[in-house]
Write a protein that binds this ligand. Structure first.
Ligand code: DOR
Ligand code: ZN
Ligand code: ZN
Length: 452
C-alpha cells in the first residue's frame, strides 16, 4: 500500500490509473527496463512486469522515463501581464518541455509582495494550470510579513538586488541583514538575483545590444555575490543564487561548501556567449547578460562536473514589441521552458554531459533545494510526475511552435537530438507528441512545507 498518502492525494483520488509498460526507467543512477503503475496521482509500483490493468496504458517501447523536471525559476506573468504569458500558456510550455512543476517569480503585476497577494495569485492560477505551480514572494525585511508569506506557502523570498520588488534600501547592509534575518526566522529560503545596482551602466548612448551586454559588466555579479555571501555568513539563513553567469561566482559559492548555499545555472549562460548577441540582438538579451565565450565554456564545464546545484530556465517571456526596441528600452528575458531539455539531451547524445547529471540538475536537486519531498525521483510513493523522452529523435528548434506566447529564441534553428514524447502530471497525460492533451486545471498549486 501507498504509505505516503496525504490529505492532498485524497483530493486527487478518482483519477484514472495509468500504466507505462516496457520503458527504460531512470532510477537513482541508471536505467532499468520495466513498467510503472500510477494510482491516485502517485507512483504505486515500479517492476519488471506489472500484471495489473489500468484505466490507461502506454506502451513505451523503450522510451526513456525520467522523473518530471522541476523548474524553480519561471516568470508565468498572467494577471495584468497576461499579454506576455498566462498561467495556461506558460504551463503548456512547461509540459511541452518536460517540466511537471515550476515555481513562479514574484515580479508579476501586481507583484507577489505579501501573503495576501500570494494567495490571490494562487487562487487565480488554480483551474488554469497544466503542471504544478508554486510561488516565490518578494523579499521583505518585516518579520511578520515574512512569517505570513511562509504560512501562505511561499517557496522563497526573492531578493532582486538591481531593483527590489518590494521597496528596500538595498544599498544599506543593515537592510539586507534585516531581510536575511527575516528569512532565517521565518525558515524561508532567500533566492537572490545577484547584480549590484551601483555597478550597472546608467547613462550614455548605447547603439547595439552587443554594447549593452558588454557594459553590463561581470563585476556587478561578482561584487553582489561576494556581498551576499559575507552577510549570509553572519546570519546563517539559506541562500540560493539564481542564474549565476560567471564561473568565478560559482566557485565563490561552492568553495564555501555550505549546505545553506545553493546555486543555479541556465541553459543560455552555459551554451551561448556575447558573440551570439552580435548576430541575434534582442533575441539574446537577458539579465544577467551573456558573457565571454571563455566564461561560457568554463560555466558549462563546471555544470558538467556538478558544481552548480540546479539548472533553471529563467523563462521570462515578453512581446516582440517590448524586445525589438532600442537596446536601452528593450525588455530583458527569453522563453526557456520549451528548449532546455532537448538542448541538454543533445549534450548527452554528444557525450558532453551525463544523463545522471542532467537528471540531478533538472529534477532531483531542484526538488531537494525547494523541499518538494515527493518529487524529483521515480519510486513507489513519489508523485506521478514523469517525462517520457525519445533520446534518439532529431529536431530543429522552431519558436513558431512554442506554446508560450513568446515565439522567439536565441536557439532558433539549433539542431537537437532527444525530445519530450509524453509529459505526465499527477498521473495524468498532459502532453503527447506535440500536443497538449489535457484540460487546464490538472496542475496543483504547490505550497512550500506541505510536502506535496
Ligand atoms: O532577463 C531577465 N528577465 N532577468 C530578470 O531578472 C527578470 C526577467 C523578467 O522578469 O523579464
Ligand atoms: Zn533574475
Ligand atoms: Zn528571472
Amino acid at each position: 500500500m501507498n504509505n505516503l498518502k496525504s490529505p492532498e492525494s485524497e483530493k486527487t483520488s478518482g483519477l484514472p490509473s495509468l500504466i507505462i509498460r516496457d520503458a527504460n526507467i531512470w532510477t537513482k543512477n541508471d536505467t532499468t527496463r520495466g513498467s510503472i503503475l500510477i494510482e491516485h496521482g502517485r507512483i504505486q509500483k515500479i517492476a519488471r512486469n506489472i500484471t495489473e490493468r489500468a484505466d490507461e496504458e502506454i506502451l513505451a517501447n523503450g522510451l526513456l522515463v525520467l522523473p518530471g523536471l522541476v523548474d524553480a525559476h519561471v516568470h508565468l506573468r498572467d494577471m495584468n501581464l497576461s499579454y506576455k504569458e498566462d498561467f495556461t500558456t506558460g504551463t503548456a510550455a512547461a509540459a511541452a518541455g518536460g517540466f511537471t512543476s515550476v515555481i513562479d517569480m514574484p515580479n508579476s503585476l501586481p507583484p507577489t509582495d505579501s501573503a495576501e497577494r500570494l494567495r490571490e495569485r494562487a487562487r487565480r492560477a488554480s483551474g488554469k494550470i497544466l503542471v504544478n505551480v508554486g510561488f516565490h514572494a518578494a523579499a521583505v525585511k518585516d518579520q511578520d510579513a515574512a512569517n505570513e508569506m511562509k504560512s501562505a506557502g511561499a517557496f522563497s523570498m526573492k531578493l532582486y538586488l538591481p531593483n527590489p520588488i518590494a521597496p528596500l534600501d538595498i544599498d544599506d547592509d543593515r537592510v539586507v541583514v534585516q531581510v536575511l534575518d527575516a528569512a532565517k526566522q521565518a525558515s524561508l529560503l532567500l533566492t537572490v538575483h545577484a547584480e549590484d545596482a551601483t555597478k550597472l551602466p546608467r547613462t550614455g548612448e548605447i547603439k547595439t545590444f552587443a554594447e549593452l551586454v558588454r557594459l553590463r559588466r561581470g563585476n556587478a555579479e561578482t561584487s553582489a555575490v561576494r556581498r551576499i555571501l559575507r552577510l549570509q555568513r553572519r546570519i546563517g539563513c539559506r541562500v540560493h543564487f539564481c542564474h549565476v553567469s560567471l564561473p568565478s561566482s560559482l566557485s565563490a559559492i561552492s568553495n564555501l561548501s555550505s549546505s545553506r548555499l545553493s546555486s543555479e545555472v541556465t541553459p543560455h549562460h552555459t551554451l551561448l556567449s556575447e558573440n551570439h548577441v552580435m548576430t541575434l540582438g534582442w533575441k539574446a538579451w537577458m539579465v544577467p547578460p551573456l558573457r565571454s565565450p571563455k566564461d561560457t565554456r568554463k560555466l558549462f564545464h563546471a555544470m558538467k562536473m556538478g558544481i552548480p546545484t540546479i539548472m533553471a530556465t529563467d523563462h521570462a517571456p515578453h512581446t516582440v514589441k517590448e524586445k525589438a526596441r532600442l537596446p536601452r528600452k528593450s525588455s530583458p528575458g527569453i522563453p526557456g521552458l520549451e528548449t532546455a531539455l532537448s538542448l541538454m539531451l543533445t549534450m548527452v547524445n554528444n557525450g558532453k554531459l551525463s544523463l545522471g547529471r542532467l537528471v540531478s540538475l533538472l529534477s532531483n536537486n531542484p526538488a531537494k533545494v525547494f523541499d518538494l519531498r515527493s518529487k524529483g525521483r521515480l519510486e513507489s510513493g513519489a508523485d506521478g510526475d514523469l517525462v517520457l523522452v525519445d533520446l534518439k529523435k532529431r529536431g530543429t528548434i522552431d519558436p513558431e511552435k512554442f506554446f508560450s506566447k513568446a515565439h522567439y529564441s536565441p536557439f532558433e534553428g539549433w539542431k537537437t537530438q532527444g525530445a519530450v514524447h509524453t509529459t505526465i502530471v499527477n498521473g495524468l497525460v498532459v502532453y503527447r507528441d506535440g500536443e497538449i492533451v489535457a484540460k487546464p486545471g490538472g496542475g496543483k498549486v504547490l505550497k512550500s512545507g506541505r510536502h506535496e
